[in-house]
Design a protein around this ligand. Structure first.
Ligand SMILES: Nc1ncnc2c1ncn2[C@@H]1O[C@H](COP(=O)(O)OP(=O)(O)OP(=O)(O)O)[C@@H](O)[C@H]1O
Ligand SMILES: [Mg+2]
Length: 822
């Protein structure tokens, strides 16, 4: 019968298990003498226990042991394996052994590669040492064979069953015990053997095994084993639970890994390649290559990490990728070098624009300062204010050109929502950065010239205050760390040169205005427009329409006609458009092979552009009573506006029509009060104010008008109407009136004076304090107009009113008269 050996050290032997056991079985048990005792040599054992019937390898180290083994082999006898009490002892005496040993057969001695020797042994039966026969050269003893019962009583059977089921559980849980061990155990009927066999299979401690060896009663041995098994099962079950919990986790991630791999394979099969991983590595490369500030880089890497841990189809993947893309694509620090050559800049500015001296000079100063003090980082924030089409945007472009900076532009017109400027938080679906960050990305450099168009048309309402967000953009104290809701990283805008544009200063929030350097772009007078047309607009339009080589010219009178009759503007956008139309017409004539003109003369205009579009308000043709000319400012530039007054019978009321705003109406009231207070001096009958109604009207009633600057004009027209003295037709005036008749300064002087000039007025009455504003006026306008500073209403009347009464002044009827008429 072959006996399995569960000891793993068997690998050291070159014989198969069955060969070895066969060999061992050739060695018979020692024959007992008549007294039932056997005599055998002792093989002292340290640190190991050999149970009956079990095969196991042992090392044979000591000389005495070697002699004992050789002697037994020579005589084909068994030896007794006896455990030393103290494993350290090399030369044990009789009293150094345990009283119980195991008779065993020893197989062939094998020389091991390290010089030691080992042999296979098989336990046979327990023996009790009776007497030591001798100690040298090897120990020999007399011992009694302990016979164990072959069968079990019922109680023992019950214990055996319990032991077997516990062992089964052990085998299930402990993978180091082979499955057959249980099967083998099931076939053992002998209780003591069963205990010994299981004890050998288990990974018990040396002490536990020794104790089992020493228990001679099979039932007691089984009981002890039962306890040990129960403990072992407990421990194994706990281990198993922990293990399976860990396994679960591992399984889940393995499953995901497996699925992901599969998906990759599917994608490869479909020819979509390994899109996801490639993207992720591409992104990582981009992050590494981008010159990001530390904070941004940390965030990008963190997001990348998150991305890599996500299944590729997770909805957040796109969001995170877009976010990383944004971070990578922004120009955090790559500023383009400035061209600080003042002469070159001056050349470029002159090349592109006529006039606009103030703005050009400011830029050249900036460049000069920068070239002297290159470290100066603070950028000017300019605000170009002026009517449409005067070149604000296009000058911005050419400044960028002259500095060698990128030009980007954002229109703020109609922006109500702060989020448009600052972006939405990433938690919103489809969130993006605001316009500022978007535009910076477009710029691609950290120091573009950034034009913020129409800053006067920002709104603020319940959706937040875009103006306050703009403040953060434009304030040099804050804009080095501009915060965008989407980006959630401070972005440095301090190297950006901001230029804002506006048509009017009045609607720009004061805190914003405060941070900007305002440069006014006044409208152009006719001659300037002609100049601009000849130098810039005509060549450009010829080129755009592909008729450069025709050498088409415009006669000055023709241009004048276009300006006067087809455009109504302070700038030149409309003029350019009309020139463009003419160029297209000529291009068509040429293309159709018709005759086309070499120069555009004034009389061709109507044929080319159709009937006259604009009828400029003209100065009155005759001096009239009750009509005075005021000068007004509009977003299109200046304009002259007649103020008409009619006196009718009534009860002393005053009516003002023509869409006058509140301020304008109040200034009309102030004018009236002044007139009443001066009635005597002005030779006006006081009764007039009670018995007559005054109606003030400003034509072009459809256009809203407001502001105090028509005050002196209304006063003049009312006085003229009440006194019958006509107003000189070539006088235009502007100024606010106080109750005492003092004249206060107003705005928009340049536009107003230009409008007067355009309309052909001869004299302009201007508040004395406004005389300083005349500096910017073109020389022609100044020389052709008589501009008179005024301080008081008396000055106005002295100049504007004729001394002669040409119309019978309206006479309020006296009380007595009423009856007569009735
Ligand atoms: N002084 C000038 N010299 C040459 N071209 C000019 C001049 N002023 C204006 N232009 C031309 O007029 C056109 C309109 O100018 P631009 O678009 O800059 O007007 P804008 O002041 O920005 O008007 P808006 O307030 O409507 O935005 C451009 O083609 C520009 O080149
Ligand atoms: Mg513009």
């Amino acid at each position: 019968m072959s006996q399995p050996n569960w000891n793993e050290e068997e690998d050291n032997f070159d014989l198969t298990l069955s060969q070895r056991t066969e060999e061992l079985y050739r060695i018979p048990n020692s024959e007992p003498k008549a007294d039932g005792l056997i005599e055998a040599a002792i093989l002292p054992l340290r640190d190991m226990v050999i149970f009956p019937r079990m095969v196991s390898p042992i090392f044979v180290g000591r000389e005495a042991s070697l002699l004992a083994v050789q002697e037994a082999q020579n005589k084909e006898q068994t030896v007794i394996g006896l455990t030393q009490k103290d494993p350290e002892l090399d030369d044990p005496g009789a009293e150094d052994f345990l009283p119980i040993g195991v008779e065993m057969a020893v197989g062939r001695l094998l020389n091991m590669p390290d010089g030691s020797r080992s042999a296979l042994v098989q336990g046979r039966r327990r023996v009790e040492i009776v007497e030591f026969i001798r100690l040298k050269p090897y120990i020999k003893v007399r011992a009694r064979i302990i016979n164990e019962p072959q069968t079990a009583d019922r109680q023992t059977q019950a214990t055996m069953r319990s032991v077997l089921s516990l062992f089964e559980r052990c085998v299930q849980l402990d993978r180091s015990i082979p499955e057959e061990a249980h099967l083998f155990a099931l076939n053992i009927a002998e209780p003591g053997w069963l205990a010994d066999m299981i004890a050998t299979s288990l990974a018990l401690t040396y002490e536990a095994k020794l104790r089992l060896l020493l228990i001679l009663d099979p039932k007691a041995r089984l009981g002890q084993l039962n306890n040990l098994l129960a403990q072992e099962v407990d421990v194994l079950e706990l281990e198993d639970e922990i293990h399976s919990r860990v396994q679960n986790e591992v399984d889940k991630s393995q499953r995901e890994f497996y699925l992901r791999e599969q998906m990759k394979q599917i994608q490869t099969e479909l020819g979509e390649g390994d899109v996801f991983t490639r993207d992720a590595t591409d992104l990582k490369k981009k992050v590494d290559a981008a010159n990001l500030p530390e904070e941004a880089k940390a965030v990008a890497l963190k997001e990348l990490e998150r991305l890599n841990q996500m299944p590729p189809m997770a909805p957040e993947v796109g969001i995170i990728r877009t976010y990383i893309d944004w971070i990578v694509d922004l120009p955090w620090s790559n500023a383009s070098p400035d061209n600080l050559d003042v002469k070159n800049a001056a050349k470029i500015l002159e090349r592109d624009h006529y006039g606009l001296k103030k703005a050009k000079e400011r830029i050249l100063e900036y460049i000069a300062v920068r070239s002297l003090k290159p470290k100066k980082e603070r950028q000017p924030i300019l605000c170009f204010v002026g009517p449409p089409g005067v070149g604000k945007t296009s000058l911005g472009r050419s400044i960028a050109d002259s500095l060698g900076r990128k030009f980007v532009r954002v229109s703020l017109g109609g922006v109500r929502d702060e989020a448009e400027i600052r972006g939405h938080r990433r938690t919103y679906i489809g969130a993006l950065p605001g316009r500022i960050i978007q535009t910076m990305k477009r710029a691609g450099t950290a120091n573009p010239l950034f034009m913020l168009d129409e800053i006067d048309k920002l709104y603020s309402d319940f959706r937040g205050d875009p103006a306050s967000a703009m403040l953060e953009v434009l304030d040099p104290e804050q804009n080095y760390a501009f915060s965008d809701h989407y980006l959630e990283l401070p972005f440095d805008l301090s190297k950006v040169m901001f230029v804002t544009t506006a048509n009017s200063l009045s609607t720009i929030p004061a805190p914003l205005l405060d941070r900007m350097e305002v440069i006014e772009f006044p409208g152009y007078i006719e001659e300037e427009k002609v100049e601009i047309a000849n130098r810039y607009l005509i060549p450009r339009q010829l080129e755009e329409n592909g008729i450069e080589e025709l050498g088409l010219t415009f006669e000055p009178a023709a241009l004048q006609r276009i300006i006067r009759e087809y455009t109504y503007e302070a700038g030149v956008r409309g003029l350019e458009r009309e020139i463009g139309r003419i160029c297209r017409k000529v291009a068509r004539m040429k293309a159709e092979g018709k005759k086309y003109p070499a120069a555009i003369a004034p009389e061709m205009i109507e044929k080319l552009l159709g009937p006259q579009q604009v009828f400029p308000s003209e100065a009155e043709r005759t001096d009239e009573v009750g009509v005075a000319t005021s000068l007004a400012w509009t977003e299109n530039g200046g304009e002259i506006m007649p103020v008409e007054v009619a006196i009718i019978e009534g009860k002393g009321g005053m009516q003002m029509t023509g869409q006058m705003g509140e301020v304008m109406q109040e200034s009309g009231q102030a004018a009236l009060t002044y007139i009443k207070s001066r009635a005597a001096a002005l030779k006006i009958d006081m009764d007039a104010f009670e018995r007559l109604d005054i109606h003030v009207h400003m034509p072009e009633g459809g256009i809203p008008k407001d502001g105090p600057s028509a005050g002196i004009t209304m006063a003049t027209a009312i006085i003229s109407a009440l006194t019958g003295r006509p107003v000189h037709r070539h006088v235009g005036m502007t100024g606010e009136i106080t109750l005492r008749g003092r004249v206060l300064p107003i705005g928009g002087v340049r536009e107003k004076v230009l409008a007067a000039h355009r309309a052909g007025l001869k004299t302009v009455l201007l508040p004395e304090k406004n005389m300083k504003d005349l500096v910017e006026l073109p020389k022609t306008a100044k020389s052709e107009l008589k501009i008179i500073p005024i301080k008081h209403m008396d000055d106005v009347l002295a100049i504007a009113l004729s001394d002669k009464v040409t119309v019978e002044p309206p006479r309020p009827r006296k009380r007595g008269d009423e009856n007569v008429e009735d």
